[in-house]
Structures are given as C-alpha cells and as structure tokens.
Design a protein. Structure first.
Length: 220
C-alpha cells in the first residue's frame, strides 16, 4: 500500500477482489449446469422488470426460466415477475446500491441450476455502483430508455463499458420524447465501439421477436 493512501481504498479493493473470486466460482457453476445467465443494469425505471415480465412469459413456452431481482427495498418486482409462472427470488439489499456475487450465490443456494435453461438477474436501478461488480453472468445488458436522454452513455461510460449489449427500451415513446436516434447510437459507439444495440418496446411488443431470437441464439 502506498503511503498516505486512505484505508477506505484498500477495503474497497479487497471487497472487489473477493467479489471477483465468488463471481468466477459462480461462472464455473453456471457453465457446468448448462444455464445461460443474463444480467440487466440500468437507471431506475428504465424498464428492466417490464421487459423481463414479457421475456419470462414468452420464453416459458419453450425454456425453463428463472429470475433474481435486486432492490434496496420491497418485494414488488419479484411479485411482478412471479406472475409469469417462473421461479423468482427478490434480493433486498438495504442500503447497498448494487448486487454482489455473494448475494447471488446465497439467493441461488437451494436452486437446482441444472433444471434451468435461462436465469435473468435484474440489478438494482443505478448507473454507477453495479458496473464494478461481476456477478458471474454470461452476458450483461445495459438498458437505456428513450425518455432518459441520448447523453447517458457519455455521462456514465463505465456502465456501458462493463456491459456487452445495449438495449434501448420504451421505443414506443421515441416520437413523443423526441429521441434522437442517431445521437444516441453515436454516443454508445463512442464509449463502446462496436457495441450491439437492440431496440424494444415491452409495451407494444415492437422488437420483442428480435430480442427473443437474440436470447435463443445465446444458448447456441
Ligand atoms: N411506454 C412504455 N412504458 C414502459 C415500457 N417499459 C416499461 N415502461 C414503464 O416504465 C415504468 C418503469 O418500468 P419498470 O419495468 O418498473 O422499470 P425498472 O427498470 O424495473 O425500475 P426499477 O426496478 O425501479 O429500477 C413503468 O411505469 C412501466 O410501465 C415500454 O416499453 N413502453
Ligand atoms: Mg425493476
């Protein structure tokens, strides 16, 4: 440790190191179980749960699906997702603004992962904290709704950099929100060159076929 380096920095570094170790174990476990694990990060209210509600319902016809969902408080999102009939568990984080690998491991403790095809993990709505915490997922999605403004990738580059694919949500509202598609796509490209962008409206169903096809392709 460097002289005068605050102790807090060291504590944080240790937490992240420990998280990475647990995440690596989770990734191995998921791989051995043959389960595809997809996590979702975004700002609060950008449509994670709504997209998952539709996704679980539609995938359930052909795949065994489940979800974990993190929030500081309430079981609301788990209740919404449970309506799909999928196995769902809420992780209540209290004051913590992100999910950690250990929380995921504990939540999955009694689950038989080999009996599942897909597990979705909805992170706490936040564009900052979740970016540093690997959850052992195969794919991380960052959602950006058309009502948030096109500049979010530029303001929160780390979350876009730590994700694999961007999903632009609520596209049914693009017109009324005067969403500037070319600016948004250019901003994503600027912070994460080559990033794939998927466009959906969980409300109207626009783009949902492509989205589901993308997920099915992930399974190989
Ligand atoms: N018009 C429109 N509204 C949407 C769409 N998706 C979600 N919403 C609305 O956006 C609001 C927030 O949606 P949620 O799915 O709860 O968002 P979230 O990202 O899960 O929110 P947190 O878990 O609190 O971070 C709700 O009022 C939804 O009905 C969409 O595709 N179109
Ligand atoms: Mg939610």
């Amino acid at each position: 440790m460097k002289v005068n380096e605050p102790r807090l920095v060291e504590v944080r570094r240790n937490i992240l190191k420990r998280n990475d170790m647990v995440a690596r174990e989770l990734r191995d476990t998921f791989q051995q179980a043959g389960i595809t694990v997809v996590s979702l990060v975004s700002s609060p209210g950008s449509g994670k749960t709504t997209l998952l509600e539709k996704t679980l319902t539609m995938l359930k016809a052909h795949y065994r699906v489940a979800a974990l969902v993190g929030d500081l408080a309430t079981e609301n999102d788990a209740q919404r997702l449970s309506r799909s009939g999928a196995q769902v568990r809420q992780i209540v984080t209290g004051t913590v603004c992100h999910l950690e690998a250990e929380m995921v491991r504990t939540a999955l403790d009694e689950w038989k992962l080999a009996d599942l095809d897909f597990l979705f993990i909805e992170n706490v709505g936040n564009l900052v904290c979740p970016s540093s915490y690997d959850l052992g997922e195969q794919l991380r999605l960052v959602l950006l709704s058309v009502t948030e403004g096109e500049d979010k990738p530029l303001k929160y580059p780390t979350i876009f950099n730590s994700a694999d694919v961007a999903v632009v949500t609520k596209v049914d509202l693009a017109g009324p929100a005067e969403f500037d598609w070319s600016a948004a796509l250019a901003n994503i490209e600027r912070v994460r060159p080559g990033m794939r962008v998927i466009r959906v409206s969980a409300k109207t169903g626009e783009g949902m076929e492509d989205w589901l096809q993308f997920l099915v392709t992930l399974k190989g």
